[in-house]
Design a protein around this ligand. Structure first.
Ligand code: FAD
Length: 462
């Protein structure tokens, strides 16, 4: 160690401990004094401003085990970061250790067995690109730089969900480093209780370093895109969306948004996707396309990989975001009136009110099949505030909170755990419903000291 005067000095006990930790890792350690520290502590949501004591870029499961051991020895809290996309910034913690998996993004595909093996830091695009090279895919989300395993551990809602189930329903096995540093495999046949908990239970049960997914045939060309409607047709468009979605076969997944058009007028979009052959898809989407004359019809044949990236520009990394989500079973007339009333009050023209369709195969699985509950929902519904100026934080968060409250009478009280902000224990319980008790018992088994608590935390049962 060299002091400011250029004199050699003895490293502090703290520096020696970090130096020893650094030697034990094959990956990289970033500390507050390092040049890389300030970029290393940024995540997707620019609202998040946390200062970890150390960030460990792990390169192998053994690095993860070393990091967990170091945190335990040092009494440091642990956060786990995969894609860094979590709205609440749960992948960082103040003064603790961040286990970052972004150097572990390898995806390999076995096209004969129709499985993909993805490391814990892979992004959705890594899986989509690797699987589509073989005409295969599995359910992932709609923003291509989201962390695949972070998304899967909470459930994983996406365009293929109604046909093939959630991402976690397509998880065949996982490799997990648990709180005591063991590297375990979890599947229906091995550590089946842990496997149950991982499919929806989030980051509560350990650090997942690899997931094996079941794959399905798809594309590579699919029919998908948005219909944009004028604000004067907003009521009719939302009614059309509610009816079309309710009657849609599993091949179709339809989302909708109240939005502001480039010229400043408000509008409504319905985004439809069909998982089948193009001709069949054309026929299936025709009634929707012909129902109300849209301002624009952007539905077209598109490579699935391109479609999966199409929404990225709406949610740029580093901008400021706030949302509050809830599940709905239907979109009744009164909900449509509420939406027409509340959306124009959004302070930012970039803000949206979004509906993401679920149901289909997701809803046909029993709620006790895995930790993911709320399978009976039809829509995940949420106001999304998007802005850049910190001076506008309060107004944008207030609008989204008010919009969420206004829609509560139409909600199921259930919520998707991956869309939760810092909303308290009651909302975590609402994400798990009757599955919460079993999760708490498994938390006591696998993480009795609640080492993994920088998440939507399930506390160990007493
Ligand atoms: C723009 C945007 C679009 C989205 N769209 C969808 C969508 O279409 N469908 C959907 O289902 N969700 C969607 N989400 C929500 C997304 O699933 C969550 O934000 C999820 O937490 C992202 O995972 P991540 O790895 O990027 O997050 P991170 O912030 O890195 O991690 C979040 C939490 O996940 C846990 N975690 C992550 N990786 C691991 C791991 N390897 N082992 C153990 N725990 C881990 C940790 O508890 C961590 O705190 C979207 C989010 C955003 C911001």
């Amino acid at each position: 160690m060299t002091s400011a005067l250029g004199l050699k000095r003895k490293p502090s006990l703290e520096e020696s401990r970090f130096a020893a930790f650094r030697r034990r890792l094959s990956g990289l350690l970033v500390l507050p004094g390092d040049d890389a520290y300030h970029s290393a502590r940024r995540v997707w949501n620019g609202m998040i401003d946390k200062t970890p004591a150390v960030i460990a870029y792990c390169a192998a499961p053994s690095d993860v085990a070393e990091s967990i051991a170091f945190a335990r020895e040092s009494g440091l809290a642990i956060a786990v970061r995969s894609g860094g996309h979590n709205i609440a910034g749960k992948s960082l913690c103040d003064d603790g250790l961040v286990i970052d998996l972004s150097r572990m993004r390898r995806v390999t595909v076995d096209s004969e067995s129709r499985i993909a093996r993805a490391q814990g830091g892979a992004l959705l695009a890594d899986l989509d690109v690797a699987t589509q090279a073989h005409g295969l895919a599995t359910t992932t989300g709609v923003n291509s730089d989201t962390g695949l395993v972070g998304l899967t551990l909470g459930g994983g809602i996406g365009r293929l969900g109604r046909k093939h189930g959630l991402s976690c329903d397509n998880m065949l096995s996982a490799e997990v480093v648990t709180a005591d540093g063991r590297i375990l495999n979890a599947s229906e046949h091995e550590n089946a209780d842990l496997f149950w908990a991982l499919r929806g239970g989030g980051g509560n049960f350990g650090v997942v370093t690899e997931v094996v997914y079941r794959l399905h045939s798809l594309g590579p060309m699919v029919l998908a895109g948005s219909l944009i409607y004028r604000w004067r047709d907003a009521r009719a468009a939302l009614r059309l969306y509610a009816e079309f979605a309710a009657a849609a076969p599993d091949d179709i997944s339809a989302d909708a948004a109240l939005m502001t058009l480039p010229g400043g007028d408000r509008g409504v979009s319905i985004s439809a996707f069909h998982a089948g052959p193009l001709e069949q898809a054309e026929r299936a989407l025709e009634p929707l396309r012909n129902a109300i004359p849209p301002l624009e019809d952007r539905i077209r044949a598109i490579p699935y990989v391109e479609l999966q990236r199409a929404g990225d520009a709406t949610f740029p990394r580093g901008d400021r975001f706030f949302w509050k989500a809830q599940f709905l079973r239907t979109i009744p007339e009164a909900a449509i009136e509420t939406l027409i009333d509340i959306y124009p009050a959004a302070p930012s023209p970039r803000s949206l009110f979004v509906f993401q369709q679920v149901g289909g195969a997701i809803a046909r699985a029993p709620a006790e099949q895995s930790a993911y509950a709320n399978r009976d929902a039809a829509f995940d519904a949420f106001p999304v505030s998007i802005w850049t100026d910190p001076a506008e934080d309060e107004a944008n968060a207030a609008w989204a909170s008010a919009a969420y409250e206004a829609m509560r009478p139409f909600g199921t009280n259930g919520v998707y755990v991956n869309n939760l902000g810092d909303e308290g224990e009651d909302r975590v319980r609402a994400a798990y419903g009757a599955n919460y008790r079993r999760l708490a018992a498994l938390k006591r088994k696998f993480d009795p000291a609640n080492l993994f608590r920088a998440n939507q935390n399930v506390r160990p049962a007493d």
